[in-house]
Write a protein that binds this ligand. Structure first.
Ligand code: CA
Length: 264
């Protein structure tokens, strides 16, 4: 593997040992790695190097990881993995609400970090610029030879006024686009294509992880709680009425399912 061919990773971590480990693991995985030992430096390095992936420690000596994330999100849509201490589950929730893509609880295994990052990067960013697979020029007429031979058109799933386009990875509610995160999009997609079947929280954890992990992978309570947070964020963006949901129904103790279709 050519060094740096996966793009730029920035490690923001004040513990020298952990920083060196992250640096080594990411270099081996194929990233060009830069690192910083404080939050402010981390923000600068992420901006200067135009990071594609950032690992971000929560406990930093100057400003904490959440503040770093907030600042980074003002100029970057890099994939961000937050690293939290073992007993910081509440922080985990805050991280996901603040725009992190994933989190890892320390101490972590290098293999786990690599797996999480590669799962994360296999999913395109919503509204990513210059999507490599997008056809050039105007789309072919439906039914034309080009439409049949070129790549299949994306599917648009409709449900109670909501339209989800799997090709452009965009969602609109009665024509108004909704800004969803990658995880929110993937969860909504999973439920919309499920035609009302119940999805357990564990199923949805795998969806968020990009189905990278196999059926027998350990799923922690924190992972399931993270799914609940994503669903909560989705409900807020959808302006879902909890008494009378149009899309996301909680199945107590199990997970979620899609609300039935309504006559409009
Ligand atoms: Ca630290």
């Amino acid at each position: 593997m050519v060094l740096g061919d996966l793009g730029v990773a920035v490690v923001i971590e004040d513990d020298d040992d952990v920083r060196n480990l992250l640096d080594a693991v990411l270099q081996q995985a194929g990233f060009e790695v830069h690192s910083a030992a404080t939050g402010r430096d981390g923000v600068d390095v992420a901006r200067l190097r135009q990071a594609n992936v950032i690992t971000l420690d929560v406990g930093l000596p100057d400003i904490d990881g959440f503040e770093v994330l907030r600042r980074i999100r003002q100029f970057s849509d890099a994939y961000v993995v937050m690293l939290t201490g073992r007993n910081e589950e509440l922080d985990t929730i805050t991280a996901l609400q603040g725009g992190a893509d994933d989190y890892i609880i320390k101490p972590f295994r290098p293999r786990e970090l690599r797996a999480r990052i590669s799962a994360m990067m296999r999913r395109p960013r919503q509204g990513a610029v210059g999507e490599p697979e997008a056809p050039v020029g105007s789309p072919p007429e439906p039914g034309s030879a080009a439409a049949g031979s070129a790549r299949r058109a994306g599917t648009v799933l409709h449900h109670n006024g909501l339209a989800l386009d799997t090709e452009t990875r965009t969602v609109a509610l009665r024509g108004t686009p909704l800004g969803l995160t990658r995880s929110e999009f993937d969860l909504l997609h999973e439920l919309l294509r499920g035609t009302g079947a119940v999805r357990t929280r564990a199923d949805l954890v795998r969806v968020v992880r990009g189905e990278y992990y196999r059926e027998d992978t350990y799923i922690s309570e924190a992972d399931e709680r993270a799914v609940e947070v994503h669903i909560g964020n989705l409900r807020r963006k959808l302006r879902e009425d909890p008494q009378d949901p149009r899309w996301l129904v909680t199945v107590r103790g199990v997970g979620y399912r899609l609300a039935p279709k309504r006559a409009e």
